[in-house]
Design a protein around this ligand. Structure first.
Ligand SMILES: Nc1nc2c(ncn2[C@@H]2O[C@H](COP(=O)(O)OP(=O)(O)OP(=O)(O)O)[C@@H](O)[C@H]2O)c(=O)[nH]1
Ligand SMILES: [Mg+2]
Length: 382
């Protein structure tokens, strides 16, 4: 692990309150680089560390690997500290794909790796004493695209589709020094079109901010997506300043890593390390990890393997049966009461009818008696 030594990169300037919240215990931040073989992923990781850490020395074994393929996942770590704000930065360098006849499922091990980190974290989540160093959940995946100048390849589309829903995905145009500025602009447009046509979920945080300057800065950063990068293991002399800078020397001149007129290396580094680190961490936690957790819990609820789950389901079904029996008993009782009430009602109606009939008969009798009385009265007068 490289020694902790911070150059002035502005981590402490994280522009919001969240910085204060996380600063007490620092932050774990994990970047993964991914893409076809030979696109400069390992070189990019080294260049990033070199520009972040003043005395960064690449470990010995990595020097030997310089011109070799990365054959297994390589984890590079550094502690960066600025004004008391700590970031444990981890970069995961992956072996490039694209050398095999069938690359169809090359994304599967990557997806498995991402899920495994979520799973590990989930298993350890309950522990009071968690080892923060073991948390390798990937907060951002930089996907390297070959600078063909045409558009995305079917393999890129497939891999990006698979990853975009699981991790914050940022597309990168590799080896930007091999394209002219005009070709690079056209290539960027085509990639953007392709991303939107295929509904690929790339990282897009809210650009709007309370602060006008932040909004403008965010707009400028994200209008550069997909970011073009130039990486290099060595220094060159800048023709403009005469200073030694990271770059690549050509017969026609130099391509400078940190020159914004040459590529977006600086913009991307600002996004990762300075302006959007917290958003990348938070969205991984709140969105991608939560999705994983919910999927996992849902799947567990459907399996029959867990005795506790089985017992819970047994209890639930017993309770349901009892509830159903109670409901039936209640319905039956209500039905019987209703019957009783109806019979009583009918008896009442019948009684009322009988009384009415009686009343009518009595009325008739009274009427007849009155008539008889009238007749008797008349005959007596006569
Ligand atoms: N022109 C140019 N060449 C580059 C750039 N970055 C890296 N390279 C060269 O590309 C070659 C491959 O670089 P690596 O960093 O090993 O590529 P990788 O993506 O890690 O390859 P795998 O480990 O096989 O996946 C090396 O010769 C680098 O010097 C760049 O920005 N521009
Ligand atoms: Mg490599």
């Amino acid at each position: 692990m490289p020694a902790a030594a911070a150059s002035t990169i502005g981590i402490a300037n994280l522009p919001n309150q969240r910085h204060r919240i996380v600063s007490r215990k620092g932050a774990n931040f994990t970047i993964m680089v991914l893409g076809e073989s030979g696109l400069g992923k390992t070189t990019y990781v080294n260049t990033l560390f070199t520009t972040l850490l003043r005395d960064y020395k690449r470990p010995e074994h990595r020097f030997q690997k310089q011109l070799e393929r990365t054959v297994q996942i390589d984890v590079v770590r550094a502690e960066i500290e600025e004004k008391g704000f700590n970031v444990r930065l981890t970069v995961i360098d992956t072996p490039g794909f694209g050398d095999y006849v069938n690359n169809q499922d090359c994304w599967v091990p990557v997806v498995e790796f991402l899920d495994e980190q979520h799973q590990n974290y989930m298993s350890h989540e309950q522990r009071a004493q968690r080892d923060e160093k073991d948390d390798l959940r990937v907060h951002v995946c930089l996907y390297f695209i070959q600078p063909t100048g045409h558009t995305l390849k079917p393999l890129d589309i497939e891999v990006m589709k698979q990853l975009g829903s699981r991790v914050n995905l940022i597309p990168i145009i590799a080896k930007a020094d091999t394209l002219t500025p005009g070709d690079l602009a056209v290539f960027k447009d085509r990639i953007r079109d392709c991303i939107s046509t295929h509904n690929i979920a790339v990282y897009s945080p809210p650009v709007q901010s309370d602060d006008e300057e932040n909004t403008r800065r965010n707009q400028s950063i994200f209008s550069a997506m997909p970011f073009s990068v130039i990486s290099s293991e060595s220094d060159v002399t800048s023709p403009t300043t005469g200073e030694k800078v990271r770059g690549r020397q050509y017969l026609w001149g130099v391509a400078e890593v940190e020159n914004e007129a040459h590529c977006d290396f600086k913009k991307l580094r600002n996004l990762l390390i300075r302006t959007h680190m917290h958003d990348l961490i938070a969205s991984t936690e709140e969105h991608h990890y939560e999705n994983f957790r919910m999927d996992k819990l849902g799947a567990e609820g459907r399996t029959d393997d867990d005795p506790a789950q089985r017992a819970r389901r047994g209890l639930e079904s017993k309770m349901k049966e009892e509830e159903e029996a109670l409901r039936k008993r209640f319905t039956e009782q209500v039905r019987m009461e209703e019957n009783r009430f109806r019979q009583w009602e009918q008896r009442l109606i019948a009684e009322r009818d009988r009384l009415n009939r009686d009343l009518e008969t009595q009325h008739k009798t009274v009427k007849t008696l009155e008539e008889e009385l009238d007749e008797l009265t008349v005959s007596r007068r006569k």
